[in-house]
Design a protein around this ligand. Structure first.
Ligand code: GTP
Ligand code: MG
Length: 195
């Protein structure tokens, strides 16, 4: 994918303030600090289009980006599972996410991101259940693979596959640090945009 432009459009919390559903859209979901924003920045070749956080759980909004002057849009979804988030924020997260996944007519696929060093938890499985329930095509990605040597990757990959019920080869392996996997993730996104 050649990127000629990448622009922030707006933040939103509910359908009343989403941008109009005019462009095919790909969203990025995963727990807080998993690397959603970093993945988007690498995909669009920008250091900081999307703010990455040293304070996990800060992004509690849906952030919409317009790519290649109106070709399609990317959405950075709020992360989940961060312990120090206020209860009110935690309670808002579920309905906000469900509503988006259920109603967003321009949504073509969700890139579902897991950390290679972490066993998927309840909220990850919840997210997968919603994606299935609302029939949203899913692109599973395991990120931060630079944290492990090649020979060490198979064991956590097997554990993640077992915990999610997805086959091992459903996952694209990615690193925002080395950019390994970038082309593969783009190919899957392009296929989803064209479907
Ligand atoms: P929230 O917006 O809080 O939900 O987090 P996020 O999922 O957007 O994560 P973000 O991209 O902000 O990354 C969190 C931290 O992980 C940052 O310190 C990143 O530099 C780091 N990080 C992200 N991706 C990678 C990766 O592939 N490899 C390594 N080594 N670090 C990464
Ligand atoms: Mg983020």
């Amino acid at each position: 994918m050649k990127i000629s432009s990448a622009e922030f459009i707006k933040s939103a919390t509910n359908p009343g303030n989403y941008p109009p559903p005019e462009l095919a859209e790909i969203a990025f979901a995963g727990r807080s600090n998993v690397g959603k924003s970093s993945l988007i920045n690498v995909l669009v070749n920008r250091k900081s289009l999307v703010r990455t956080s040293s304070t996990p759980g800060r992004t509690q909004l849906l952030n919409f980006f317009n790519i290649n002057t109106g070709s399609f849009s990317l959405v950075d979804l709020p992360g989940y599972g961060f312990a120090k988030v206020p209860l009110s924020v935690k309670k808002a997260w579920g309905p906000m996410m469900r509503t988006y996944l259920e109603t967003r007519e321009s949504l073509k696929a969700v890139v579902f991101i897991l950390d290679i060093r972490r066993v998927p938890r309840e909220e990850d499985i919840q997210m997968l259940d919603w994606l299935e329930e609302f029939e949203v095509p899913t692109i599973p990605v395991i990120t931060k693979i630079d944290k492990l040597k090649r020979g060490q990757r198979d064991k956590p990959l097997k554990e993640i596959a077992a915990a999610t019920g997805l086959p091992k080869d459903a996952f694209s392996l990615f690193s925002a640090l080395t950019k390994e996997g970038k082309e593969e993730v783009w190919e899957r996104i392009e296929a989803a945009l064209e479907a």
